[in-house]
Design a protein around this ligand. Structure first.
Ligand code: GLN
Length: 489
Protein backbone atom coordinates (compact mmCIF):
# COMPACT_ATOMS: atom_id res chain seq x y z
CA UNK A 1 0.00 0.00 0.00
CA UNK A 2 1.31 3.46 -0.87
CA UNK A 3 1.58 5.50 2.30
CA UNK A 4 -0.15 8.88 2.11
CA UNK A 5 1.88 10.71 4.75
CA UNK A 6 0.07 13.99 4.25
CA UNK A 7 -3.30 12.65 5.33
CA UNK A 8 -1.99 10.20 7.87
CA UNK A 9 -2.83 10.52 11.56
CA UNK A 10 -1.68 8.38 14.49
CA UNK A 11 -5.06 6.76 14.61
CA UNK A 12 -5.08 5.89 10.89
CA UNK A 13 -1.46 4.71 10.94
CA UNK A 14 -2.22 2.48 13.92
CA UNK A 15 -5.13 0.89 12.08
CA UNK A 16 -3.00 0.33 8.97
CA UNK A 17 -0.14 -1.14 10.98
CA UNK A 18 -2.50 -3.49 12.78
CA UNK A 19 -4.21 -4.47 9.52
CA UNK A 20 -0.82 -5.22 7.97
CA UNK A 21 -1.28 -2.62 5.20
CA UNK A 22 2.26 -1.42 5.82
CA UNK A 23 4.97 -2.05 8.38
CA UNK A 24 6.57 0.30 10.85
CA UNK A 25 9.83 -0.08 8.91
CA UNK A 26 8.09 1.09 5.74
CA UNK A 27 6.42 3.95 7.58
CA UNK A 28 9.68 5.00 9.25
CA UNK A 29 11.50 4.82 5.93
CA UNK A 30 8.82 7.00 4.34
CA UNK A 31 9.47 9.67 6.98
CA UNK A 32 13.24 9.35 6.61
CA UNK A 33 12.83 9.89 2.86
CA UNK A 34 10.83 13.09 3.41
CA UNK A 35 13.38 14.33 5.92
CA UNK A 36 16.22 13.59 3.48
CA UNK A 37 14.41 15.62 0.85
CA UNK A 38 13.06 18.56 2.84
CA UNK A 39 15.22 19.07 5.90
CA UNK A 40 18.06 20.89 4.13
CA UNK A 41 15.61 23.69 3.29
CA UNK A 42 13.48 23.67 6.42
CA UNK A 43 16.04 22.72 9.11
CA UNK A 44 13.46 21.13 11.40
CA UNK A 45 15.82 18.38 12.52
CA UNK A 46 19.25 18.92 14.02
CA UNK A 47 19.97 15.22 13.81
CA UNK A 48 18.27 12.13 12.44
CA UNK A 49 18.93 9.07 14.59
CA UNK A 50 20.60 6.13 12.89
CA UNK A 51 18.77 3.56 14.99
CA UNK A 52 15.20 4.52 13.97
CA UNK A 53 14.82 1.67 11.48
CA UNK A 54 16.16 -0.80 14.01
CA UNK A 55 13.53 0.33 16.52
CA UNK A 56 10.89 0.06 13.79
CA UNK A 57 11.96 -3.53 13.13
CA UNK A 58 11.41 -4.36 16.78
CA UNK A 59 8.00 -2.68 16.69
CA UNK A 60 7.11 -4.78 13.65
CA UNK A 61 7.92 -7.96 15.57
CA UNK A 62 5.54 -6.87 18.33
CA UNK A 63 2.86 -5.89 15.84
CA UNK A 64 3.13 -9.30 14.19
CA UNK A 65 2.76 -10.99 17.59
CA UNK A 66 -0.35 -8.97 18.37
CA UNK A 67 -1.78 -9.66 14.92
CA UNK A 68 -1.26 -13.39 15.32
CA UNK A 69 -2.90 -13.46 18.72
CA UNK A 70 -5.70 -11.09 17.82
CA UNK A 71 -8.29 -13.71 17.15
CA UNK A 72 -7.90 -14.88 20.73
CA UNK A 73 -7.48 -11.69 22.69
CA UNK A 74 -8.63 -8.18 22.13
CA UNK A 75 -5.18 -6.68 22.50
CA UNK A 76 -4.85 -4.00 19.86
CA UNK A 77 -1.42 -2.91 21.07
CA UNK A 78 -0.53 0.62 22.08
CA UNK A 79 -1.73 3.31 19.69
CA UNK A 80 1.87 4.50 19.47
CA UNK A 81 3.45 1.14 18.69
CA UNK A 82 5.57 1.64 15.56
CA UNK A 83 4.62 5.31 15.22
CA UNK A 84 7.53 7.61 14.22
CA UNK A 85 7.96 10.84 16.18
CA UNK A 86 10.38 13.72 16.69
CA UNK A 87 11.60 15.14 19.98
CA UNK A 88 12.71 18.61 20.90
CA UNK A 89 16.43 18.93 21.55
CA UNK A 90 15.98 19.77 25.25
CA UNK A 91 14.54 16.32 26.06
CA UNK A 92 17.06 13.69 27.16
CA UNK A 93 17.34 10.39 25.34
CA UNK A 94 19.99 8.18 26.92
CA UNK A 95 23.18 8.00 24.85
CA UNK A 96 22.11 10.66 22.39
CA UNK A 97 23.14 14.28 22.09
CA UNK A 98 20.78 16.77 23.71
CA UNK A 99 22.06 20.27 23.01
CA UNK A 100 19.05 22.53 23.57
CA UNK A 101 20.30 24.11 20.32
CA UNK A 102 23.17 25.63 22.31
CA UNK A 103 26.92 25.63 21.65
CA UNK A 104 27.50 24.96 25.33
CA UNK A 105 25.99 21.46 24.97
CA UNK A 106 27.09 20.75 21.40
CA UNK A 107 28.65 17.40 22.34
CA UNK A 108 26.65 16.64 25.46
CA UNK A 109 25.32 13.09 25.49
CA UNK A 110 22.39 12.39 27.79
CA UNK A 111 23.12 9.86 30.51
CA UNK A 112 19.51 8.91 31.18
CA UNK A 113 16.05 9.04 29.64
CA UNK A 114 13.51 11.75 30.36
CA UNK A 115 10.34 10.23 31.81
CA UNK A 116 8.38 11.20 28.69
CA UNK A 117 10.94 9.31 26.59
CA UNK A 118 10.76 6.18 28.78
CA UNK A 119 6.99 6.31 28.51
CA UNK A 120 6.99 6.66 24.71
CA UNK A 121 9.65 3.96 24.41
CA UNK A 122 7.47 1.62 26.44
CA UNK A 123 4.58 2.34 24.10
CA UNK A 124 6.81 1.42 21.15
CA UNK A 125 7.09 4.85 19.50
CA UNK A 126 10.00 5.33 17.07
CA UNK A 127 12.32 8.29 17.62
CA UNK A 128 13.28 9.78 14.26
CA UNK A 129 15.53 12.54 15.51
CA UNK A 130 15.93 15.66 17.59
CA UNK A 131 14.46 18.95 16.48
CA UNK A 132 15.71 22.51 16.32
CA UNK A 133 14.62 25.10 18.88
CA UNK A 134 15.47 28.48 20.33
CA UNK A 135 18.52 28.04 22.55
CA UNK A 136 17.34 26.57 25.88
CA UNK A 137 13.76 27.25 24.70
CA UNK A 138 14.22 31.01 25.01
CA UNK A 139 12.50 32.62 22.09
CA UNK A 140 9.48 32.62 19.84
CA UNK A 141 10.91 32.01 16.37
CA UNK A 142 13.73 29.40 16.57
CA UNK A 143 16.02 32.20 15.39
CA UNK A 144 17.91 31.92 18.68
CA UNK A 145 19.19 28.46 17.78
CA UNK A 146 22.96 28.12 17.52
CA UNK A 147 22.33 25.87 14.51
CA UNK A 148 20.35 28.12 12.16
CA UNK A 149 16.71 29.07 11.94
CA UNK A 150 13.91 26.59 11.18
CA UNK A 151 11.90 27.76 8.19
CA UNK A 152 8.16 27.68 7.95
CA UNK A 153 7.09 24.81 5.65
CA UNK A 154 4.31 27.04 4.27
CA UNK A 155 6.67 29.88 3.32
CA UNK A 156 10.42 29.43 3.55
CA UNK A 157 11.02 33.16 4.07
CA UNK A 158 9.14 33.00 7.34
CA UNK A 159 9.79 31.56 10.77
CA UNK A 160 8.20 28.34 11.99
CA UNK A 161 7.62 29.94 15.39
CA UNK A 162 9.30 28.89 18.59
CA UNK A 163 10.75 27.79 20.68
CA UNK A 164 9.56 24.34 19.49
CA UNK A 165 9.80 25.48 15.85
CA UNK A 166 11.61 22.34 14.69
CA UNK A 167 9.01 20.06 16.26
CA UNK A 168 6.10 21.98 14.70
CA UNK A 169 7.80 22.11 11.30
CA UNK A 170 8.62 18.39 11.40
CA UNK A 171 4.91 17.56 11.72
CA UNK A 172 3.84 20.22 9.19
CA UNK A 173 6.34 19.07 6.54
CA UNK A 174 5.21 15.43 6.96
CA UNK A 175 8.58 14.66 8.52
CA UNK A 176 7.06 13.05 11.65
CA UNK A 177 3.64 11.88 12.71
CA UNK A 178 3.89 13.67 16.02
CA UNK A 179 6.49 15.59 17.96
CA UNK A 180 7.17 16.55 21.55
CA UNK A 181 7.77 20.15 22.48
CA UNK A 182 8.14 22.11 25.69
CA UNK A 183 6.06 25.14 26.60
CA UNK A 184 7.13 27.74 29.16
CA UNK A 185 5.26 30.71 27.72
CA UNK A 186 3.76 29.38 24.50
CA UNK A 187 6.53 27.38 22.84
CA UNK A 188 4.27 24.51 21.81
CA UNK A 189 1.16 26.52 20.93
CA UNK A 190 2.68 29.42 19.00
CA UNK A 191 4.72 27.28 16.56
CA UNK A 192 1.70 24.98 16.23
CA UNK A 193 -0.30 28.05 15.23
CA UNK A 194 2.37 29.19 12.73
CA UNK A 195 2.66 25.73 11.16
CA UNK A 196 -1.02 24.75 11.03
CA UNK A 197 -0.83 21.89 13.53
CA UNK A 198 -2.36 21.12 16.92
CA UNK A 199 -0.25 21.92 20.01
CA UNK A 200 -1.15 21.10 23.60
CA UNK A 201 0.30 22.60 26.77
CA UNK A 202 -0.99 20.31 29.53
CA UNK A 203 -1.93 21.35 33.08
CA UNK A 204 1.17 22.11 35.13
CA UNK A 205 2.08 18.84 36.80
CA UNK A 206 0.18 16.59 34.40
CA UNK A 207 3.35 15.55 32.57
CA UNK A 208 6.70 14.86 34.22
CA UNK A 209 9.48 17.34 33.57
CA UNK A 210 12.15 14.87 34.69
CA UNK A 211 14.90 14.76 32.08
CA UNK A 212 13.77 17.86 30.25
CA UNK A 213 16.13 20.81 30.54
CA UNK A 214 14.56 23.33 32.87
CA UNK A 215 13.86 26.84 31.66
CA UNK A 216 11.29 28.27 34.09
CA UNK A 217 10.55 25.44 36.49
CA UNK A 218 7.19 26.79 37.69
CA UNK A 219 6.04 27.35 34.09
CA UNK A 220 7.47 24.48 31.98
CA UNK A 221 5.33 21.66 30.62
CA UNK A 222 5.98 19.05 27.94
CA UNK A 223 3.33 18.35 25.34
CA UNK A 224 2.53 17.03 21.89
CA UNK A 225 2.38 18.63 18.46
CA UNK A 226 0.13 16.64 16.18
CA UNK A 227 -2.10 16.89 13.12
CA UNK A 228 -5.36 16.30 14.96
CA UNK A 229 -6.82 16.84 18.41
CA UNK A 230 -7.49 13.09 18.65
CA UNK A 231 -3.77 12.47 18.14
CA UNK A 232 -2.85 15.08 20.77
CA UNK A 233 -5.08 13.24 23.22
CA UNK A 234 -3.44 9.91 22.39
CA UNK A 235 0.06 11.28 23.00
CA UNK A 236 -1.01 13.19 26.11
CA UNK A 237 -2.48 10.02 27.62
CA UNK A 238 0.76 8.20 26.88
CA UNK A 239 3.06 10.75 28.54
CA UNK A 240 0.96 12.01 31.45
CA UNK A 241 0.90 10.77 35.02
CA UNK A 242 2.50 11.04 38.41
CA UNK A 243 6.25 10.56 38.45
CA UNK A 244 8.18 10.00 41.61
CA UNK A 245 11.11 11.79 39.97
CA UNK A 246 9.15 15.03 39.56
CA UNK A 247 7.53 16.11 42.82
CA UNK A 248 5.25 18.58 41.04
CA UNK A 249 3.42 15.88 39.08
CA UNK A 250 -0.11 14.89 40.00
CA UNK A 251 -1.93 11.73 39.11
CA UNK A 252 -4.89 11.72 36.80
CA UNK A 253 -7.55 11.66 39.50
CA UNK A 254 -5.90 14.47 41.41
CA UNK A 255 -5.90 16.39 38.15
CA UNK A 256 -9.65 16.34 38.00
CA UNK A 257 -10.16 17.08 41.69
CA UNK A 258 -7.81 19.98 41.15
CA UNK A 259 -10.40 21.65 38.96
CA UNK A 260 -11.92 24.59 40.78
CA UNK A 261 -15.41 23.54 39.99
CA UNK A 262 -16.28 20.15 38.67
CA UNK A 263 -18.24 20.21 35.43
CA UNK A 264 -21.90 20.96 35.99
CA UNK A 265 -24.19 17.98 36.03
CA UNK A 266 -25.00 16.89 32.53
CA UNK A 267 -22.00 18.70 31.05
CA UNK A 268 -20.66 15.56 29.47
CA UNK A 269 -23.54 15.58 27.06
CA UNK A 270 -23.95 19.37 26.88
CA UNK A 271 -21.30 21.47 25.15
CA UNK A 272 -18.75 23.38 27.18
CA UNK A 273 -19.50 27.12 27.44
CA UNK A 274 -16.85 29.30 25.81
CA UNK A 275 -15.79 32.60 27.36
CA UNK A 276 -14.16 35.38 25.35
CA UNK A 277 -12.20 38.22 27.04
CA UNK A 278 -13.17 40.80 24.40
CA UNK A 279 -11.66 43.63 26.41
CA UNK A 280 -8.25 42.05 25.74
CA UNK A 281 -8.62 41.62 21.99
CA UNK A 282 -8.82 45.23 20.86
CA UNK A 283 -5.12 46.16 20.95
CA UNK A 284 -3.33 47.65 17.94
CA UNK A 285 -0.78 44.89 17.95
CA UNK A 286 -3.27 42.26 16.88
CA UNK A 287 -3.36 41.45 13.18
CA UNK A 288 -6.76 42.08 11.56
CA UNK A 289 -6.77 38.78 9.69
CA UNK A 290 -6.08 36.94 12.92
CA UNK A 291 -9.09 38.64 14.50
CA UNK A 292 -11.22 37.79 11.47
CA UNK A 293 -10.29 34.10 11.68
CA UNK A 294 -10.96 34.21 15.40
CA UNK A 295 -14.44 35.64 14.86
CA UNK A 296 -15.21 33.01 12.21
CA UNK A 297 -14.06 30.34 14.64
CA UNK A 298 -16.51 31.65 17.25
CA UNK A 299 -19.28 31.68 14.64
CA UNK A 300 -18.49 28.07 13.80
CA UNK A 301 -18.68 27.15 17.48
CA UNK A 302 -22.06 28.90 17.72
CA UNK A 303 -23.32 26.99 14.69
CA UNK A 304 -22.25 23.82 16.41
CA UNK A 305 -24.41 24.69 19.41
CA UNK A 306 -21.84 26.23 21.75
CA UNK A 307 -22.75 29.14 23.95
CA UNK A 308 -20.29 32.02 23.78
CA UNK A 309 -20.10 34.48 26.69
CA UNK A 310 -18.17 37.66 27.19
CA UNK A 311 -15.87 37.43 30.22
CA UNK A 312 -13.68 39.82 32.19
CA UNK A 313 -10.09 39.04 33.11
CA UNK A 314 -9.23 42.33 34.83
CA UNK A 315 -5.51 41.70 35.33
CA UNK A 316 -4.69 39.86 32.13
CA UNK A 317 -2.88 42.84 30.62
CA UNK A 318 -0.16 42.34 33.26
CA UNK A 319 0.44 38.73 32.25
CA UNK A 320 3.28 39.44 29.84
CA UNK A 321 5.09 41.60 32.40
CA UNK A 322 4.67 38.97 35.09
CA UNK A 323 6.03 36.33 32.72
CA UNK A 324 9.04 38.41 31.73
CA UNK A 325 9.98 38.80 35.42
CA UNK A 326 9.23 35.32 36.78
CA UNK A 327 10.63 33.45 33.77
CA UNK A 328 14.08 35.16 33.63
CA UNK A 329 14.34 34.83 37.43
CA UNK A 330 13.92 31.07 37.12
CA UNK A 331 16.10 30.98 33.99
CA UNK A 332 18.97 32.65 35.83
CA UNK A 333 18.82 30.02 38.57
CA UNK A 334 18.45 27.09 36.18
CA UNK A 335 21.27 28.20 33.90
CA UNK A 336 23.81 28.37 36.75
CA UNK A 337 24.51 24.66 36.28
CA UNK A 338 26.28 25.32 32.97
CA UNK A 339 29.55 26.17 34.60
CA UNK A 340 32.06 24.46 32.35
CA UNK A 341 32.53 21.66 34.87
CA UNK A 342 29.35 19.65 35.11
CA UNK A 343 27.99 19.60 31.57
CA UNK A 344 29.28 20.16 28.07
CA UNK A 345 31.73 22.83 26.99
CA UNK A 346 34.75 23.83 29.04
CA UNK A 347 36.97 26.77 28.12
CA UNK A 348 40.16 27.41 30.09
CA UNK A 349 40.53 30.88 31.58
CA UNK A 350 43.20 32.40 33.78
CA UNK A 351 41.78 30.78 36.91
CA UNK A 352 38.75 28.86 38.17
CA UNK A 353 36.32 31.76 38.13
CA UNK A 354 37.64 32.88 34.78
CA UNK A 355 36.96 29.38 33.35
CA UNK A 356 33.33 30.00 34.23
CA UNK A 357 33.16 33.33 32.42
CA UNK A 358 35.05 32.10 29.36
CA UNK A 359 32.93 28.96 29.06
CA UNK A 360 29.66 30.86 29.29
CA UNK A 361 30.89 33.61 26.98
CA UNK A 362 31.82 31.05 24.33
CA UNK A 363 28.88 28.73 24.86
CA UNK A 364 25.79 30.86 25.37
CA UNK A 365 23.93 33.03 22.87
CA UNK A 366 22.82 36.63 23.31
CA UNK A 367 19.21 35.98 24.27
CA UNK A 368 20.18 33.46 26.93
CA UNK A 369 22.69 35.92 28.41
CA UNK A 370 20.10 38.72 28.28
CA UNK A 371 17.67 36.62 30.32
CA UNK A 372 20.29 35.54 32.84
CA UNK A 373 21.13 39.21 33.37
CA UNK A 374 17.47 40.20 33.70
CA UNK A 375 16.78 37.33 36.09
CA UNK A 376 19.82 38.02 38.23
CA UNK A 377 18.74 41.64 38.45
CA UNK A 378 15.14 40.97 39.53
CA UNK A 379 16.36 38.48 42.15
CA UNK A 380 19.07 40.69 43.58
CA UNK A 381 18.66 42.00 47.10
CA UNK A 382 16.90 45.33 47.12
CA UNK A 383 15.01 44.50 43.93
CA UNK A 384 13.62 41.14 44.90
CA UNK A 385 10.54 42.60 46.60
CA UNK A 386 9.95 45.24 43.98
CA UNK A 387 10.05 42.83 41.05
CA UNK A 388 9.97 39.12 41.80
CA UNK A 389 7.62 39.17 44.79
CA UNK A 390 5.32 41.71 43.15
CA UNK A 391 5.19 39.65 39.98
CA UNK A 392 4.25 36.59 41.99
CA UNK A 393 1.46 38.50 43.73
CA UNK A 394 0.08 39.61 40.36
CA UNK A 395 0.50 36.05 39.10
CA UNK A 396 -1.91 34.97 41.82
CA UNK A 397 -4.36 37.73 40.84
CA UNK A 398 -4.35 36.60 37.22
CA UNK A 399 -4.97 33.01 38.27
CA UNK A 400 -7.85 34.17 40.46
CA UNK A 401 -9.32 36.07 37.49
CA UNK A 402 -9.36 32.85 35.50
CA UNK A 403 -10.77 30.80 38.37
CA UNK A 404 -13.54 33.34 38.71
CA UNK A 405 -14.27 33.27 34.97
CA UNK A 406 -14.40 29.48 35.12
CA UNK A 407 -17.36 29.73 37.46
CA UNK A 408 -19.39 30.85 34.43
CA UNK A 409 -17.66 29.23 31.48
CA UNK A 410 -15.72 26.04 30.76
CA UNK A 411 -13.24 27.30 28.20
CA UNK A 412 -11.57 30.60 27.42
CA UNK A 413 -10.95 31.37 23.74
CA UNK A 414 -8.40 33.80 22.28
CA UNK A 415 -6.19 33.76 19.21
CA UNK A 416 -2.99 31.79 19.89
CA UNK A 417 -0.68 34.48 18.57
CA UNK A 418 -1.31 38.11 17.58
CA UNK A 419 0.02 37.51 14.05
CA UNK A 420 0.65 34.74 11.55
CA UNK A 421 4.25 33.58 11.00
CA UNK A 422 6.48 36.63 10.52
CA UNK A 423 9.48 37.07 8.24
CA UNK A 424 12.83 35.69 9.27
CA UNK A 425 14.81 38.59 10.74
CA UNK A 426 11.76 40.81 11.19
CA UNK A 427 11.92 40.95 14.98
CA UNK A 428 15.45 39.86 15.80
CA UNK A 429 16.66 43.40 16.58
CA UNK A 430 13.71 44.18 18.82
CA UNK A 431 13.37 41.79 21.76
CA UNK A 432 10.25 43.55 23.06
CA UNK A 433 8.44 43.09 19.73
CA UNK A 434 9.37 39.41 19.94
CA UNK A 435 8.15 39.16 23.55
CA UNK A 436 4.78 40.70 22.54
CA UNK A 437 4.18 37.62 20.39
CA UNK A 438 3.57 35.75 23.66
CA UNK A 439 0.72 37.97 24.81
CA UNK A 440 -1.99 35.31 24.60
CA UNK A 441 0.02 32.23 25.48
CA UNK A 442 1.85 33.14 28.70
CA UNK A 443 -1.33 33.16 30.81
CA UNK A 444 -1.71 29.38 30.67
CA UNK A 445 1.82 29.00 32.06
CA UNK A 446 1.30 31.66 34.69
CA UNK A 447 -1.91 30.02 35.90
CA UNK A 448 -0.83 26.41 35.29
CA UNK A 449 -3.96 25.79 33.26
CA UNK A 450 -4.06 23.55 30.17
CA UNK A 451 -4.35 25.18 26.75
CA UNK A 452 -4.40 24.00 23.17
CA UNK A 453 -3.83 25.67 19.82
CA UNK A 454 -5.87 24.37 16.93
CA UNK A 455 -5.75 25.48 13.30
CA UNK A 456 -8.58 27.92 12.50
CA UNK A 457 -7.99 29.20 9.00
CA UNK A 458 -5.24 31.07 7.22
CA UNK A 459 -4.11 34.35 5.73
CA UNK A 460 -2.99 33.44 2.23
CA UNK A 461 -0.86 30.35 2.75
CA UNK A 462 -0.11 31.15 6.39
CA UNK A 463 -2.00 29.20 9.05
CA UNK A 464 -3.66 30.83 12.05
CA UNK A 465 -4.33 29.22 15.42
CA UNK A 466 -7.15 29.40 17.92
CA UNK A 467 -6.30 28.96 21.59
CA UNK A 468 -8.60 27.33 24.12
CA UNK A 469 -7.75 27.33 27.83
CA UNK A 470 -9.49 25.13 30.42
CA UNK A 471 -9.58 24.62 34.19
CA UNK A 472 -6.70 22.81 35.86
CA UNK A 473 -6.94 19.13 34.98
CA UNK A 474 -9.69 19.61 32.45
CA UNK A 475 -7.86 18.64 29.24
CA UNK A 476 -11.01 16.67 28.38
CA UNK A 477 -12.90 19.91 27.71
CA UNK A 478 -10.12 21.03 25.36
CA UNK A 479 -10.20 17.74 23.49
CA UNK A 480 -13.94 17.57 23.15
CA UNK A 481 -14.34 21.15 21.88
CA UNK A 482 -11.24 20.83 19.69
CA UNK A 483 -12.46 17.63 18.05
CA UNK A 484 -15.86 19.15 17.50
CA UNK A 485 -14.31 22.21 15.91
CA UNK A 486 -12.17 20.17 13.52
CA UNK A 487 -15.01 17.71 12.81
CA UNK A 488 -13.10 14.82 14.31
CA UNK A 489 -16.11 13.27 15.93
N1 GLN B 1 8.39 32.85 23.45
C1 GLN B 1 8.44 32.67 24.87
C2 GLN B 1 9.78 33.11 25.38
O1 GLN B 1 10.54 33.57 24.60
C3 GLN B 1 8.09 31.28 25.25
C4 GLN B 1 9.24 30.34 25.34
C5 GLN B 1 8.83 28.95 25.74
O2 GLN B 1 7.65 28.65 25.92
N2 GLN B 1 9.83 28.09 25.95
O3 GLN B 1 10.08 32.99 26.52
Amino acid sequence: MKIDLHNLTIKKAHDHLMAGDFTSVELTQAYLDVIAKKNKDINAYLQVFDDALEAAKKADVKIAEIRNKKSKIEDQGSMLLGIPCATKDNILIKGKIASSSSKILEDYHATYNATVISKLEKEGAIFLGRTNMDEFAMGGSTENSAYGVTKNPFDLKRVAGGSSGGSAASVAMDGSLFALGSDTGGSIRQPASFCGVVGLKPTYGAVSRYGVMAMGSSLDQIGPLTKTVTDAEIVFNAIRGKDIKDGTTVDEHRGQAFATRLPRPGLLSAKPIIGVPRHFLGGDGINKDVLKSFESALTLFKEKGYEIRDIQLPNISYALMVYYIVMPAEVSANMARFDGVRFGLHVDGKNGIDDYFETRRAGLGREVIRRILLGTYVLSSGYYDAYYNRANAVRRMITDDFLKAFQDVDLVATPTAPSPAFNIGEKTDDPVAMYLEDIFTVTANITGMPAVSIPCGSVGVLPIGLQLTARHGDETALFSAGKDFLNEQ
